[in-house]
Ligand binder design. Structure first.
Ligand code: PNS
Length: 173
């Protein structure tokens, strides 16, 4: 029996979609370790400590859920160190599956680690960290799609881009 799973991600920043998946994972496993990693393929807006803090704040004290930062190394090694027998990932649709499947197969190839895919809540299907950042950057309203603390940090961090009549975006102070 597998009692402990890992929900890995870059969480840059955590969204309501992520929180939904962590909650669902907790209904299946006694313990969920939310692992915050850095994905070198993505340029992050928030530092690893900031991403960790936003997750801890958003999840609060939930029995059976803890948040851990993983500064480097392979996910399979981290899972072995913490005694986790499965990885849990949320799927919003086919594009997510195409992105996640090779990683799931590689992790299984490396160490036999299995991945469990959970369909996400449909009302968050359009919610991704990258779209949240893009919309916030252009002054769009992302409230309700990210936790309150994340929204506050996003508003502090982004310098909204104002579009001029010339078609050229112009940064505002
Ligand atoms: O939220 P993301 O950016 O899609 O998460 C991807 C992440 C961080 C889970 C993935 O890049 C990862 O597992 N990185 C750790 C290094 C590793 O094990 N790479 C091989 C994956 S098959």
């Amino acid at each position: 029996m597998i009692h402990r799973c890992v929900c890995p991600g870059s969480f840059d920043p955590v969204t309501m979609g992520h929180l939904d998946v962590v909650g669902r994972a907790r209904t299946l496993f006694d313990e969920v370790i939310v692992a915050v990693l850095t994905n070198p393929a993505k340029q992050s807006m928030f530092t690893l400590p900031e991403r960790l803090e936003m997750l801890q704040e958003s999840l609060g004290e939930r029995p059976g859920v803890r948040v851990v930062s993983v500064p480097g190394g392979l996910l399979v090694d981290f899972c072995r160190q913490v005694g986790a027998g499965a990885v849990v990932k949320g799927l919003r649709g086919g594009t997510d599956f195409a992105y996640e499947l090779p990683m799931a197969l590689m992790n299984r190839h490396l160490s036999g680690l299995e991945t469990v895919f959970l369909p996400g809540e449909p009302r968050f299907e359009h919610v991704s960290s990258s779209l949240i950042k893009e919309v916030a950057l252009h002054g769009g309203d992302v409230s309700g799609l990210v936790p309150e603390g994340v929204l506050a940090r996003l508003l502090e961090r982004v310098v909204p881009v104002r579009h001029t009549g010339s078609g050229q975006p112009e940064e505002t102070a």
